[in-house]
Write a protein of this length. Structure first.
Length: 189
């Protein structure tokens, strides 16, 4: 039974700039750079039949590519921090893509996402990290800002039960170009 989620891949050049942030935080389990991603919609454990339905339904998404930037490091968990993340700019095309994924998956009977969507790339999972240590880490590195990059596809990822992040496998990739193609067709191109 695969564990699925939809997401965006982090370009290698951006992953390298994030990898430089690794270290210097007691209690952190750092995610390997090849497993950096930005989750759009967590799906969870599903049977193969539903996995095929999901893959087909995601093929109905028709959106154009867009620019994205990672802007700042923060932590999740408040007084008991559980993760250090790179925040993604909440640009309209990203938020609309995520909302569309949520709507499509609800049509297949999946529950809506339980919490407000906060786009991010997880850098480390924290176990017994003090809030003081996390605050010091973020004070030193929280000003991080990636170069802008084009998002030209989203993917359906699978993961195996493991501790921490990954390994993640791209099961299906969906290009974000349909809007441009439609414009070209309407313009006679």
């Amino acid at each position: 039974m695969p564990r699925l989620f939809t997401g965006l891949e982090v370009p290698p050049a951006v992953a390298q700039t994030l990898a430089i942030m690794r270290g210097g935080l007691p209690g952190a389990r750092w995610i390997d750079p090849e497993n950096y991603h930005l989750t759009l919609r967590f799906i969870g454990d599903v049977d193969d039949a539903l996995a095929h339905e999901i893959a087909g339904m995601l093929g109905r998404v028709h959106r154009g590519p867009f620019e994205l930037r990672l802007d700042g490091l923060t932590s999740f968990g408040g007084r008991k921090p559980r993760a250090v993340v790179a925040a993604a700019a909440q640009v309209a095309p990203l938020m609309e893509l995520q909302a569309e994924h949520d709507r499509l998956l609800q049509r297949l009977g999946l529950d809506p996402e339980g919490r407000k969507y906060t786009p991010h790339v997880t850098l480390a999972r924290l176990r017994d990290a003090s809030s003081h240590d996390v605050a010091d880490y973020l004070a030193a590195r929280g000003h991080y800002r990636s170069a802008s990059f084009e998002v030209s596809r989203f993917v359906l990822f699978s993961s195996r039960a493991s501790v921490g992040g990954g390994p993640y496998v791209v099961e299906e990739a969906y290009p974000l170009a349909a809007t441009k193609l439609r414009w070209a067709q309407q313009a006679g191109g």
